[in-house]
Design a protein around this ligand. Sequence first.
Ligand code: A2P
Length: 277
Amino acid sequence: MTGALAPTLKLRRGARIPLLGLGTWPLDDAQTAAAVITAVDAGYRLFDTAENYRNERGVGEGIRRSGIERGEVFLTTKFNKEWHSRDGAKRAFEKSARRLGVDYIDLLLLHWPNPEQDRYVDAVAGLADLFADGRLRAIGTSNFKAHHLQRLIDAGLVPDLNQIQLDPRHARSEVRAVHRQHGIVTESWSPLGQGSGLLESGPIAGLAAKYGRAPAQIVLRWHVQQGLVAIPKSATPERIHQNISIFDFELDDDDMAQLRGLDAGEDGVADSDRFGH
Ligand code: A2P
């Protein structure tokens, strides 16, 4: 039986993105296709991949084998620094679209800013061209800090969305303030804190017991309740179902305040001024 769909958010260029989707790193093509098929059945309509994950073909295959219509799903992929130019963004699009087996992509992201190259503004201009040509429904960035976004804003190239590492221990308030100011949607990668012990921590366990939910459901509810798009990765059918079954309960103000206390600032966040590919 098909699960209930996640609510959607409207992006600044008009597309609607589901609040909850499937992350796919580090699954290979075969594992990705299997996870996508399970996820479509569970109600997922948002799928996140990247050139760098080497599993775009698996996403495309999973979508086709699931039998769902192309227009019913929202596909996100990302490209590497070698494509950081206006024309390079177009070539990156062509390659990803071919691997996915689609003729348009819902959301294409620069995977990292790679400021040492200083070409991300040009690459986003290339995304804007692709949007104007109808090849993309939305344009975006990943791992951009406030000062990277400011360069885009100054150039009149405000992205629809910025995908960043974000979980209750890394709440990322500085960059989210810039997002809020400019109508940029925040998407959380590693929303479950990826093996950091977050799911086993006291406050999460306490709320899981209070609501009779799994720890991962408490954390994902924390994301979506703030309007953060979350893309938890799982290859386990039971967890794939569990992670989207969060739209039938609500954390209260005290719960949210308790979770705010877990924020450790930028400690443990990958530094995109130093790292990128
Ligand atoms: P698995 O793929 O074996 O289910 P993130 O998306 O934050 O990077 O987290 C991904 C990690 O969290 C993976 O190791 C994944 O393992 C695990 N995970 C995903 N969903 C759940 C869940 N509902 N409960 C516990 N662990 C989960």
